[in-house]
Design a protein around this ligand. Sequence first.
Ligand code: LLP
Length: 412
Amino acid sequence: MPSRSAPTTAHLAALAETYGTPLWVYDLRVVDTALATVRAAIPDATLAFAVKANASGAVLRHLAIRGVGAEAITIGELARSLRAGIDPARVVVGGPAQDEALRALAREARVARVSLDSRSQWRDWCDEPDGWPQGTLAFVRVNPGLDPRTHEHMAVGKADSKFGLTPDEALALAREVASSGALAGFHVHAGSQLTDPSVHEGVLATLAPLYDALPQARELDLGGGFALPGYPLERLGALTDAWVRPRGLRLWLEPGRALVAAAGTLLTRVLHVKEGPRRHLIADAGMADLVRPALYGAEHPIHPVTVAGRVVGDDEALEALDVPTDVDGPLCENADRLGRDVRLPALASGDLLAVGLAGAYGLGMGSHYASHTHAAEVVIDAHGAAHLARRRQPLDALWADEVDAEAERTPA
Ligand code: LLP
C-alpha cells in the first residue's frame, strides 16, 4: 500500500485519543507546501482562495497571514473571510445569486472585485441607492461552453450549466460595465477536479476575441478547479504567462482544493468488522462527514493508523487481505460509505483509519443527516503542534434553533 504523507501515524493516533473521532485534522505545513507550489508555478497571480473548499477559521486565518485572498459566494463566506483577516483588496465576490445581504456586506467591506454572473445581477447592484460600489471593479463571468472533462456535477463550463453568460452576451454586458468605468475583465471557472490544461487552452481561445474587442478589460480571472493530485500547474503557468504578459493583464486565480485538500485527514474509528464474501468495516464517519464518495463517487485514500490496536509505522508495509472491503459509515443507506473495494489489512473493532486528501469539501459539505453532529477540527501548526480549532458539536446544537410549538401555545 502507498505510504501516507504528514502527519505521522503516531501523531494521528494520539490526536484521536485526545479529541475523539471522527476528527478532522488539517496540517498547516501541508497548506504551506501547496501554497508554495501554486505560487512557484504561477508567480504573478493574485490568489483568492475559494472559501467553499474549507471555511474553517483556522485555515482562513492561516491563508490570510500568507497574503491569500478569498472568493466568496455567500454572505457567510464573506463574513468568515473578513473575520479571519483576509484583505478585502484580494476578495472576489461571485456566484450566481448575490442577494441583498451579500451585496450590503460586500459594499461595506469594499471588496476589490465582484464577478457578475448575469445581467440581472449588474442591474441589482446598480439599482441600489448607492449604485455600483465605488472602488470595486467587475468581472463578467463567461460560460465557455466546452466540456471540461470532469464529473457532471462539477462541469460548470458546459453550455447547459447555469453559470456565466455566452461570450456574445458577456461582451455586451462588459461593454456596458466598461462604459461606467467599473470593468476589470472576464472570469471563467470551467469546472472542478480538472486534470487537463487543454481545458484552459480552450477557455483562453474563447476569451481572446473578447479581450481583442475590449481594451478596457485589464484583468483576467481564470477561477480554480485544479485537481489534486493530477493538474500540472506548471503547464498552466506557462500557458497563462504566454497569454497574460503580452496583453499586460493582471491575473487572478481562485484555487480551493489545490491549497487545502492534501492538508486534511479525516480520522475515523472502526466500530464493527463484518466478515463475509465482502468485508464491511463500519466506521464512525460517513456521508454526513465526507459526502464526496456518495455524491461524486470520489475515491479518497484510506490508510490504517492502527492494526489490531497497534500503531503502524509510517513506512510499514502492510499486507492487505484478499477480500473486497468497504469502509462504510454509521448511517442507514448504502451511499453512506467512505470507500469501496479498499485494500486494507486485518482490522479489528477500535482500529483507526485515516481518510486522506480530505481537506477540501469535507466538513463544509457535511450534514446533520440522521441527527449526526459535526466532528471536531484540529490544526497542526508550523511547529508540528496540534490545536483544537473547532470543538465537537454538542448534542444540543441539533435542536438549539428549534422553536418549541407546545411551549408557544401554553402561556407561561
Ligand atoms: N471558483 C469558482 C467560481 C468555483 O465555483 C469554485 C468551485 C472554485 C473557484 C474552486 O474550485 P476548486 O479549485 O476547489 O476545484 N464539491 C465539489 C467541488 C465543487 C466546486 C465548486 N466550485 C467536490 O467536493 O469536489
